[in-house]
Design a protein around this ligand. Structure first.
Ligand code: MLC
Ligand code: AMP
Length: 505
């Protein structure tokens, strides 16, 4: 095979007038049209001097064109680096610089703010807007609609996905063609996707869930995708009758359940609902079944590994669990300190090994060595146990991480910014339960002796360099942070103290 990822997911559809993406207004983009566009984009990469293994950093809205950039990267052997559209220019600068991206693709609105970054790193900057217009489109327009696919192996890199870390510095997870492909093949088979399926797709395409799970499976199976720019309950409910499957984060499910139009009748033709990226409360699972008669299939994954486990498609989908390891993937529960495997039923660190596990963090060999063992097991930072029937339960996290509406937020990143503010002695950031987002961000600051803190001003100051979804929803001043005898901040005590902030009465 010439280029495993491109040939298997994309190339198989070349020249076929089969429907691929259907937009909210009913317009359809066929596989052929999508791949013609991707080929034109691949020509632009060559024209701009990009070579295989170069990185393209992409911060653009969800559109068929944005998805064609992914296909173009696969075809040209270029490493795709998608970025959350909520990231500020300061955040994007880090990713562009750290990855050494040769091309930055962004919305025209962001071009001015990102031009200095491109100038510093020597990258080319082109624009691609939500409506498909932009300087990149202008370059692509005259290009041929076929491109000689660049030869690759399964070991070649296909994408960098940045994930924050407990040190506050984001790490670029290097994913190979084989990582992505093996996982897509396992999931397509496990969840029985076919060309008869229509997937309701409202997830962003800059993270694993919407990109490498949802899109890749649909491409492999030849399924049609109802491709929506974002989650909007009205549109989801309007289009549900056209779909056979849906993937979402728990917030999608809780929001749908809040809507009286979301009924058994509306979902009676649906084949499968899948949830992941954050814990689905057992209560939501049960409520969903009571309302629709469907049992949500919950699975577990992460940026560095794609998907690891899944509840069974056929067989019991057990609420509060994430099911069994996918074929070819091993899961073990270990003692965090010794790394020894624990007896069945005990709680410990979840470790995973398989063809899905990433190659390491870009230019961070020490970080890679800390989390990826020489024997191939990746230390996930999640805590879990395996029950007597083999189902994996996630019971907590060994990493200081907040998951809000399916987005990961590392407290350290926010604490570093707060600590840098005038008058702040120290800070701690925790996640507290939130009815819509699952968890939300709360910050606690201690003032320097004799200093008064203006919390509104503090919030404003840090917001310039932090995506909106990471910004603390509430800030509190305290006299001191709770610490254990070793002097370590007791985040649990803070989480408990503020747990009731958003509790519904
Ligand atoms: C938006 N906002 C959020 C937020 N999303 N705040 C906290 N957490 C979030 N997740 C804020 C906005 O900044 C804005 O703030 C306000 O909420 C409304 O914005 P919006 O754009 O209208 O929000 P909405 O469309 O309602 O988005 C919520 C959401 C979305 C849950 C639908 O965040 C979403 O699609 N999440 C999915 C994330 C995802 O794909 N995760 C997968 C990661 S991969 P203000 O103050 O300006 O009003 C992974 C691996 C795996 O984890 O296993 O899958
Ligand atoms: P990310 O780094 O954005 O890929 O997020 C991965 C993290 O999301 C995992 O390490 C888990 O902590 C969490 N996660 C993903 N799926 C689930 C799930 N089904 N239940 C609980 N947590 C999950």
């Amino acid at each position: 095979m010439n280029n495993p990822l491109y040939d298997t997911l994309f190339g198989q559809h070349q020249g076929k007038a089969t429907p691929f993406l259907e937009r909210a207004d009913g317009t359809i983009i066929t596989h052929a049209a999508y791949l013609d566009l991707a080929a034109q984009y691949a020509h632009v990469f060559s024209k701009l001097g990009l070579k295989p293994d170069d990185r393209v950093a992409v911060q653009i809205g969800k559109s068929p064109q944005a998805l064609a950039v992914y296909a173009a990267c696969a075809q040209a052997g270029i490493i795709f680096l998608p970025l959350n559209t909520a990231y500020t220019a300061a955040e994007v600068s880090y990713f562009a610089e750290n990855s050494g991206a040769r091309l930055i693709l962004c919305d025209a609105e962001k071009a001015e703010a990102l031009t200095p970054v491109a100038a510093t790193t020597g990258a080319v900057l082109e624009t691609l807007n939500d409506d498909g217009s932009g300087s990149f489109t202008d370059l692509a327009h005259p290009m041929p609609t076929t491109f000689a696919t660049v030869a690759r192996t399964e070991d070649d890199l296909a994408a960098f996905l940045y994930t924050s870390g407990t040190t506050g510095r984001s790490k670029g997870a290097m994913l190979t063609q084989g990582n992505l492909l093996s996982n897509t093949q396992a999931l397509r088979a496990e969840w029985a996707f076919t060309a008869q399926d229509t997937l309701l797709h409202a997830l962003p395409i800059f993270h694993t869930h919407g990109l490498f799970v949802a899109t890749n499976i649909a491409l492999l199976a030849g399924s049609k995708v109802l491709f929506l720019p974002k989650f909007d309950a009205d549109t989801m409910i309007r289009l549900m009758p056209k779909a056979t499957t849906m993937m979402g984060v728990p917030t999608f499910y809780t929001r749908l359940l809040e809507d009286a139009r979301f009924t058994k009748d509306l979902t009676k033709h649906m084949r499968l609902f899948i949830s992941g990226s954050a814990p689905l409360l057992a209560e939501t699972h049960l409520q969903f079944e009571a309302r629709t008669g469907h049992r949500i299939l919950e699975r577990y994954g992460m940026t560095e590994t794609n998907m690891n486990t899944s509840n069974p498609y056929k067989g019991e989908r057990r609420a509060g669990t994430v099911g069994f390891p996918l074929p070819g993937i091993e899961i073990k529960i270990t003692d965090s300190r010794s790394g020894d495997t624990l007896p069945q039923g005990e709680i410990g660190e979840i470790e995973v090994r398989g063809p899905n596990v990433f190659k390491g963090y870009w230019q961070m060999p020490e970080k890679t060595a800390e989390e990826l063992r020489e024997n191939g097991f990746f230390i996930t930072g999640d805590l879990g146990k395996i029950d007597e029937d083999g189902y994996l339960h996630i019971v907590g996290r060994n990493k200081d991480l907040i998951i809000s509406g399916g987005y990961n937020i590392y407290p350290k990143e926010i604490e570093l910014l707060l600590d840098n503010e005038a008058g702040v002695l120290e800070s701690a950031v925790v996640g507290v339960p939130h009815p819509d987002f699952g968890e939300t961000v709360v910050g606690v600051v201690v003032a320097q002796k004799g200093k008064e803190l203006d919390l509104d001003q503090l919030k404003k100051n840090i917001s310039a360099s932090l995506a909106r979804f990471k910004q603390p929803q509430k800030l509190f001043v305290v006299a001191e942070l709770p610490r254990n005898t070793m002097g370590k901040v007791q985040k649990k005590a803070l989480r408990d103290r503020y747990a009731g902030l958003y509790q519904e009465t």
